[in-house]
Structure formats: C-alpha cells, structure tokens
Design a protein around this ligand. Structure first.
Ligand SMILES: [Zn+2]
Ligand SMILES: [Zn+2]
Ligand SMILES: [Zn+2]
Ligand SMILES: [Zn+2]
Length: 527
C-alpha cells in the first residue's frame, strides 16, 4: 500500500499497477483502540489512580484503596493479600518442577524472585476418534483414547507480587490407553509472556520447566513425548490474553532449534534417550496403516487423516459416478480423460481394502515428509517399562477456569485481564489468583450434558435449567424434547474447529490447516 497526496494506492505487488482510491473514501480509525482504564480513588487523600497501577481489588481489600503515599505518611499497615500463588495447593509434580527451577537459579548464583509452579487443573478426558477415520476402519479403529490433561503454570515474585509468566497444557496417555497412544505424552500448548527476571535466564527457565516435566513423566513410566513446535500466528494467543506487543515470536526454524537445545540438555542429563521427527518414528515403528500413528487431541495428524479420507472418498465417488467425467472440466478430449481416469483408478483406488489403506497411508506420509521438522518424537525409555504411570494416585484438580485454554482465554478476555505489560500482568495475575483461590461458580465454559466434552458450539435448552449439548450429541436421535438454541463460544480462534470439512488436501490447504489449528505449539520469547 502506498499513500500519495489525496489518494491511496493499493496492491499486492508494488511493481504492478496499483489501484487508486481517493482518501475521502476511507474512514479515520485508530490502529489499536484502547478501552478507557478503570479508575479508583484513595479513600484518604482521594487522589485518582488507575486501578491497574493501584493493584487494588475490592474483593481483597474490602475497606477500599489506600495509596502508597498515604500508607507511608500515616504509617498504615495494609492488610496482607492471602490470595497468592504459593498458597495454591501443591502436588508432587508441582513441587518437583518448582524445586528444579529454583535450584537451577540458585546454582547459577542468581538472586531473583522465587518461582512458584502449580498444577491448576488435572482431570481425565477422552480424545475421540474423528468420524471419517471411524467410518474408514469401523472394526479396527478405537472409539477414543483416554488421557489425563494437566494445566501447569509458573509465577515469579516481581517487586513482591506474583506475575504469571509461563503455562502449558499437556496430555498424558497412560499404560491402560490403547495402542498406539500407550504411555505417550503430548505437549499441547506451551506459552510464555516475557516478564521473567533476570532476562538472561529466561530461556533457561523455560527449558528447565520442560525438562523437569519430561523427567517427571519418565519417572512415571511414559515412553515417548510428542511436541509439535509451531509458533502462534500473529494475533493468536495460545494461553495468555494479549501478549506484550514487543515480545518477539520465534520463527519456525528458530523454534525448532530452541526445542533441540532443550532436548540436547535433557539428553546430557540422561532424561531423554534420543529424539527424532515423526516420519522417522513412523518408519522405525513399521507403521502399517494410519491407525498406527499416535492420535492426540488437537494435533495436526487427526485433521490431516480426516481430510485425506474425505478426499479419497470424493475421488471414489467421482470415479463411480461416470468414468468419462473428469473432475477437472477444463481437461482435454473425452477419450484421453477416460484413460486418465482409468489409470488414476488403477494407480490409486482399487476395490481392495488393503491397497486403499496403503494408499491412504502414503498420502499421510507425503504430508509428513513436508512437515516432519516441526514434529518431535522424544524417547524417554528404551524398553517397555512395567511400572504404572500412576495417574490413579494423582488427585483430580477440577477448575473450570483453567480446564482448557479456551476457558482461561475467555475469562481473561471477558474481564480485560491483559498480559501486554508488566503493569497489567501484575494486576491480571492478582485477579486470576483471587479467582483461583475463591473458585467462583461462574460457568465460563460449557460442557455437553451427554458426553461431558467441552463444547465451543453448544445447543442450550430454552426450558431445562443448565442443559447444553455439543453439536455431535445434538444430532443424535432421539433428540432432546425441548427447543434448543445454538450459540458459539466467542473467543478469537474457535474458527479452527468445525471447519475441517472445508479443508483440502493440497499444499495450500495444509498451510491453511496449520494456520487454523493453532494447536500446540510452543510460543517462546527470544532472549
Ligand atoms: Zn492517598
Ligand atoms: Zn496508571
Ligand atoms: Zn456431547
Ligand atoms: Zn430441555
């Protein structure tokens, strides 16, 4: 785009003729519309403060806000805030991670604010096998893969207040989970906001958290960990609402190097045995059908598999329909077409289910070949370990607010809790901690009353109290007796779900899928 005198010239390529549009046709707008900040008055001197700067919540200090000037001048003792990170309940995972990170900092001779790590949510879920795959392998495909999901978050005391700076969502598929997911771990999201101090240890601390977690799951008998290292697209937040504008995102190759650096440290510590890309892992494991590829909630491959099966079925349908009808109407002569279709059929689709299955796998492999560099398969044990992964002894931590990233993101979004600056991160963390301690009954997410899965698109009964169904269960006969209203959870990127039907298998759309499913992906800062 170019601006010149009274016109604006628009075009993708500056070397080409640009489209001229008079300035008068444009409406004046601001790039970043900021909401006016909430204000608050000191109850003694009545000076007006930004609520965020004042770090005041009436729920914590019900007597009202007293500014720092008055606190000093009148020697007032401000009531202590008890809703702090270190007072959230601990378990063995959180203690182990916290100890590791603080020991690391201590050993570096780093005098810095204490790091607190807590598991904010931990409960059992099922990764349902998507419908196309289920239809393709009606007998062999599992219905779903049960797993334990955990939300792990890290806080640091900065100027005596907790600041949240790192979070991850993980999926643990234990020894009872059917193959190929047995004893596998999937890191779904890892996200940071760059407030950890001092800055020079930031990357190290992120690595310590990840290595500490790999160490923990290794001790509990997990064999493999999977990471999809793919940075967030601009404007998409994985976990924290509104990242600092100046926080630089790693480019995909830098992010892969970031992961490799972390994994090499873990190898040196004998926590990780080795790591490879997903393609190599499939070859080493002699994957025979797509059913042998590990299948995780929110991962890239389940989407690609669905998509490719659909594409195959469309081809088959087109072929059955009329062998002389080409899919591409711009093609040449009818005779040539029929030969093409025949060859195509012979090469790709046959009535033999075995070779169809092989063909499907080959389409997945060719996608894998292209994207393998972003998918890490990390080996933690050499042989099948016999000990239990021990999720039974890990207490469930039910927390609607942190159950999923959607819940956390929509909470932050609704209440304007930004992480765009240290000032705001302090206030947002304080409010979040208060919420976590008092665990409000506010329902931020909706769970389907039939299948208990979280629904982004939900059908709400107009008559029953608190009755919602997900899209899938809503379609199941017999339908619910009352009229239901469809609504969509309003957060930034719900668009990623429910759209998979429109996806295509070519490169452009794979890039598109990558864009739409912003699933895992590590989002880390440069030092
Ligand atoms: Zn005052
Ligand atoms: Zn202010
Ligand atoms: Zn449901
Ligand atoms: Zn009803």
């Amino acid at each position: 785009m170019r601006v010149k005198s009274n016109s604006i010239f628009i075009g993708d390529d500056l070397t080409q003729t640009l489209l001229e549009i008079p300035k008068s046709l444009f409406a004046l707008a601001k790039n970043d519309i900021k909401e006016p900040e909430a204000g608050i008055d000191c109850i003694i001197c009545t000076r007006h403060w930004h609520q965020v700067c004042a770090l005041h919540l009436d729920q914590i200090w019900s007597e009202g806000f007293i500014c720092t000037t008055c606190i000093h001048q009148y020697n007032i003792k401000r009531k202590e805030n008890h809703y702090i990170a270190s007072k959230l309940s601990v378990n063995d995972l959180s203690s182990q991670l916290e100890k590791r990170v603080n020991d690391f900092l201590h050993n570096q001779g780093c005098q810095t604010g204490h790091v607190t790590i807590r598991i904010l949510s931990s409960y059992d879920k099922i990764c349902l096998v998507k419908p196309q795959l289920k239809k393709y392998y009606p007998c062999q495909a599992a219905n779903g893969y049960p797993y334990r999901t955990k939300a792990i978050f890290a806080f640091q005391k900065i100027e005596d207040v907790d600041v949240i700076f790192c979070g991850m969502y993980v999926q643990e598929y234990d020894e009872h989970c059917p193959a190929p997911n047995t004893r596998r771990l999937y890191i779904l999201y890892f996200d940071t906001v760059h407030f950890f101090q001092p800055k020079i240890y930031r990357t190290n601390v992120y690595h310590e958290i990840l290595i500490g977690y790999l160490d923990y799951v290794k001790q509990h008998g997990y064999m493999y960990a999977h990471v999809w290292a793919y940075p967030a697209n601009e404007g998409i937040d994985y976990l924290f609402h509104r990242h600092p504008y100046e926080q630089r995102m790693l480019k995909p190759t830098r992010l892969q190097d970031w992961c490799k650096k972390m994994l090499d440290k873990a190898i040196a510590e004998r926590i990780v045995i080795d790591y490879k890309d997903i393609m190599q892992d499939c070859l080493d494991n002699h994957v025979q059908t797509v059913l042998d590829i590990p299948y995780f909630d929110g991962d890239f491959w389940p989407f690609i598999i669905e998509n490719n099966i659909e594409k195959l079925e469309q081809e088959e349908y087109a072929n059955l329909d009329d062998p002389f009808e080409s899919e591409d109407s711009t093609e040449i002569s009818g005779k040539r077409k029929s030969v093409n279709t025949y060859e195509h059929k012979k090469l790709k689709k046959t009535t033999d289910p075995m070779s169809n299955s092989t063909y499907l796998l080959s389409t997945i492999f060719s996608a894998m070949e292209k994207y393998k560099d972003t998918f890490f398969v990390i080996r933690l044990h050499n042989q099948i370990t016999s000990y239990s992964t021990g999720n039974e002894i890990n207490a469930v931590i039910q927390c609607d607010l942190m159950d999923t990233r959607y819940a956390f993101l929509s909470f932050a979004c609704d209440k304007n809790y930004e992480f765009s600056s240290l000032r705001r991160a302090k206030f947002s963390t304080m409010s979040l901690l208060h919420e976590l301690h008092t665990s409000t009954t506010d329902k931020l997410i909706y769970k389907c009353n039939a299948c208990r899965q979280q629904c982004d698109i939900r059908y709400h009964c107009r008559e029953c109290k608190d009755f919602d169904l997900c899209e899938k269960c809503y379609d199941i006969e017999p339908q619910h007796e009352h009229e239901m209203k469809r609504s969509i959870l309003s957060i930034v990127d719900v668009s990623q779900y429910g759209k998979q039907n429109s996806l295509n298998v070519d490169d452009k759309s794979i890039a598109n899928i990558l864009y739409k499913i912003t699933a895992m992906k590590i989002n880390a800062t440069l030092n």
